[in-house]
Design a protein around this ligand. Sequence first.
Ligand SMILES: [Zn+2]
Length: 165
Amino acid sequence: MAELSKEAIFNVLSCVEDPEIPVLNIVEMGIVRDVLVAGNDICITITPTYSGCPAMKVIEDQVIEVMRNKGYQDVTLQTVLSPAWTTDWMTDEAKEKLTKYGIAAPGKAPKSSDLVMLSSKHENTKCPFCKSSNTKETSEFGSTPCKSLYYCNACNQPFEYFKPF
Ligand SMILES: [Zn+2]
């Protein structure tokens, strides 16, 4: 019988990688919102990182699969869209791993009142390789819409920036 504690279930969920950033799992990303245990029934609440993210279906399937493999049968997945996920939900550890992976971690997410000034304000983005701030945005969209492409003038390497939102 699998252990029915919140902690045990969070540990199991830590085995599910984020499909777009394989160094991070869905708990570190802050995608797993809550786990409720009632008798043998488990309800897992998740929030997509951004709407229309095609990876979300993959994550849902993997959650069910990994839970079944660990002996949890009665699992309900609930997707909650509000409040929307923001990059602030990523743990500090997750941001550190992201940087080591070569993607500049997001800064503090903008408040909605700051959104207007957001678009061109990325000049403090630090290079994940050499930590230089001498970087420039080369494209607003990287391999996925949540990242933009940067170029480091100090070490002459391109890198991706996980945009805060
Ligand atoms: Zn650099």
